[in-house]
Design a protein around this ligand. Structure first.
Ligand code: 13P
Ligand code: SF4
Length: 388
């Protein structure tokens, strides 16, 4: 038996679990083909009824997202969590999303991530110890008191808590501008974590020039550079300090992709996720969160050809769905860009998590430590308040 146990399970419940011995081994599930999970997921879902909601981020595989009660971008899913009374929230997404759901959920709710390996490489690019070191360096340079820390949702709960405790907040790609305005109404500078591209694209769209932004390289600090690869003067004059993190999936899109497709399809409309590099965003017609991209496609006139710069599962789904509406949807990079960590949530992991839940066992629970939760909630609530 090889089961990831909820840390809260008592010894009695562990031995009871061994006696049940039916649907416990994840390996047994993983040995089965995807399609054989469909009926099992549907049955378990039905048995769980209103006790459970299943959330699906737009990058999830078709075989998984079709079972979701709600789909959305990270902002929409966090709102749904905050409003839900379900006892169990099964999050088909990545770790930072499930953590945020646990922070925003009610005390008796439990959040489950069907595969604990579903992380986010961008979120991993800012560790709390590095962020604390950065803040100390800003304090020593005399710039921290004019600076508000703001983190993208794609970060650990510890970093959200760090921001909350220092008067800052969280944003997603759908409300970054509102969060920046909120921050600039309070302080003259933002430390934006961990995605330099979302920070740069948002600041630039607000009229902040590129030379008013500095990049903070956490590795430069570890190598002895006091100012994160920058200078004290540059930090002092910056309106935005951009943490040197990125999404590897969205970095694959290049300005040349836009040029090539525009040459091939006159009248082409291009929308990209704001995690794409600035040079790509400048060539696009629009930027949008995953929900914003879907809306853009919906609202585009019949006969449109639209190139999308985001994760391939969403692009392929939209291409299928809108072909019958006379809209041609293309990936900006024809090789397609896959988020391998989102992909980790398989029908087998979902069936395993749900069937265990039917039998009263919570597997893969995501539980944020109370001391972290307190300030992370402050930062997330500030975000929800500026976006009623
Ligand atoms: P959205 O909030 O736009 O869904 O983005 C989440 C994400 O991880 C994009 O890479
Ligand atoms: Fe993280 Fe990029 Fe995957 Fe989004 S697409 S979850 S930012 S790795």
């Amino acid at each position: 038996m090889n089961l990831v146990l909820d840390e809260a399970l008592s010894e009695e419940s562990v031995s009871a679990l061994y006696e049940v011995g039916t649907s416990c081994s994840l390996e047994d599930y993983l040995a089965q083909p995807d399609h054989s999970m469909d009926a099992r997921i549907a049955r378990a879902r039905e048995q769980l009824g209103a006790t459970t909601i299943l959330l699906g981020h737009h990058y999830q595989r078709d075989e998984v997202i079709r079972f979701a009660d709600y789909t959305g971008d990270s902002y929409k899913l966090s709102r749904i969590t905050a409003d839900s009374n379900a006892k169990y929230i099964v999050f088909c997404g990545v770790h930072f999303m499930a953590e945020s759901a646990d922070v925003l959920g009610k005390p008796d709710q439990q959040v489950i991530l069907p595969d604990l390996n579903a992380g986010c490489s961008m979120a991993d690019m800012a560790e709390i110890s590095q962020v604390e070191a950065c803040w100390r360096a800003l304090e020593n340079a005399g710039v921290a008191e004019d600076t508000i820390p703001l983190t993208y949702m794609n970060s650990t709960a510890a970093i959200k808590a760090f921001c909350g405790e220092r008067g800052g907040l969280v944003c997603t790609s759908s409300n970054a501008r509102a969060a920046f305005e909120w921050a600039f109404a309070r302080k003259k500078r933002i430390l934006f974590l961990p995605d330099q591209h979302l920070g740069r694209n948002t600041g630039y769209a607000m009229g902040i020039s590129l030379n008013e932004m500095s990049v903070w390289d956490p590795w430069a600090v570890q190598l002895g550079g006091n100012y994160g690869g920058s200078t004290r003067t540059a930090l002092e004059h910056s309106k935005i300090l951009l943490w040197k993190g990125h999404c590897a999936v969205h970095q694959r899109f290049l300005p040349s992709h836009v040029d090539q497709l525009r040459a091939k399809y006159p009248g082409l409309r291009v929308i990209v996720h704001p995690e794409c590099r600035w040079e790509v965003c400048q060539k696009a017609d629009a930027l949008g969160s995953t929900e914003g991209i879907i809306k853009f496609v919906e609202e585009s006139p019949m006969g449109s050809t639209i190139a999308i710069g985001t994760e391939v599962h969403l692009v392929n789904r939209l291409a299928k769905e809108y072909a019958s509406h006379g809209k041609k949807i293309l990936s900006l990079d024809d090789a397609g860009c896959l988020c391998t960590t989102m992909y980790r949530i398989s029908p087998q992991h979902l069936a395993w998590a749900l069937e265990n839940l039917v039998e009263g066992r919570v597997v893969n629970r995501i539980k944020v430590k109370p001391e972290v939760k307190k300030w992370a909630k402050v930062a997330l609530d500030r975000m929800l308040e500026i976006n009623p």
